[in-house]
Ligand binder design. Structure first.
Ligand SMILES: [Fe+2]
Length: 282
């Protein structure tokens, strides 16, 4: 994976250095993020957060939860200049997601919640629960690089347009890796479209070559697509959703993750009301 000189993105921004060496598309996006950070940095981090809160419409308040999930990974108890730079980078990226894809918010919020519930039930440490929660929020950050013409296209995509879309895990990797406080998310973002059977992208990893958190994210992300309306189809019924998850176990999904998920549903060990209808379908 090409990583260039993109060390410490937040700190690079702080120092005003230009050491980003990813491809042109990622470079342009990185430059936009740097400009957004410069705007945020005209205030203190507290004023920035307060301003972000104030600018949120009521329905956007979930984004604040998203900021919190991601910034939980930063070492705010020892709030050095480096941590503050990372925090500005996180705020800038989440703000850009909010502005570009307002409809993405409920989706990433639910995906993040399912990931965290699964993580807790599987015995993850509080830190790891934070990691997987933040992964739920940021996994599609690379989609910021996709043009409106492709992203919002009604109708079938060309092969080239698909290639464009399939670059988003790698671009997400390039953007997140240099932000020291959340860089552990980068490999997980890179692997979020891999499949258990090795037929995913971008690296064609299979089975346990894929990081566990990415395997959990894959299930949570697909589940959310199944249980909600899409512009091209209605939501699947609960029985249909269960059938579909079972069908994909062992090919798209890790069977162990599917089993853990079904255990949670069967025993109602989750905290999410939107999962309740699946209980009776099992
Ligand atoms: Fe994705």
């Amino acid at each position: 994976m090409k990583n260039g000189d993109a060390k410490n993105f937040g700190r690079v921004v702080a120092d005003g250095e230009k050491t980003w060496n990813a491809d042109a598309c990622t470079n342009r996006l990185a430059a936009r993020i740097r400009r957004e950070i410069d705007i945020l940095k005209t205030t203190t981090i507290k004023e920035t957060f307060d301003r972000l809160c104030a600018s949120c419409r009521l329905e956007d308040k979930l984004w604040l939860d998203c900021y919190t999930k991601v910034t939980d990974l930063l070492d705010t108890e020892h709030c050095t200049t480096e941590v503050i730079d990372d925090m500005y980078a996180v705020y800038a990226i989440v703000k850009m997601l909010q502005n570009r894809f307002p409809a993405m918010l409920p989706h990433v919020h639910r995906v993040s919640a399912v990931c965290m519930d699964l993580g807790k039930t599987m015995g993850f440490t509080p830190h790891d629960v934070s990691v997987i929660g933040a992964l739920g929020v940021l996994h599609d950050v690379g989609k910021l690089s996709i043009s409106d013409a492709v992203f919002f296209k009604q109708g079938p995509l060309t092969a080239l347009e698909w290639e464009d879309i399939k670059r988003h895990p790698a671009i997400g990797y390039e953007l997140i890796k240099p932000i020291a406080g959340i860089s552990e998310l980068a490999e997980l973002i890179l692997a979020h479209h891999e499949r258990w059977d090795g037929q995913g992208y971008p690296q064609g990893l299979k089975e346990e070559e894929i990081p566990l958190f990415s395997r959990i994210l894959t299930l949570a992300d697909s589940l959310d697509a199944m249980i909600n309306d899409r512009f091209y189809r209605k939501a699947l019924s609960p029985p249909h959703t269960v059938t579909e998850i079972k069908r994909c176990s062992g090919n798209q999904f890790d069977p162990m993750v599917v089993e853990a998920f079904f255990d949670i549903i069967r025993e109602n060990r989750h905290t999410l009301s939107f999962l309740l209808p699946l209980h009776d379908a099992l």
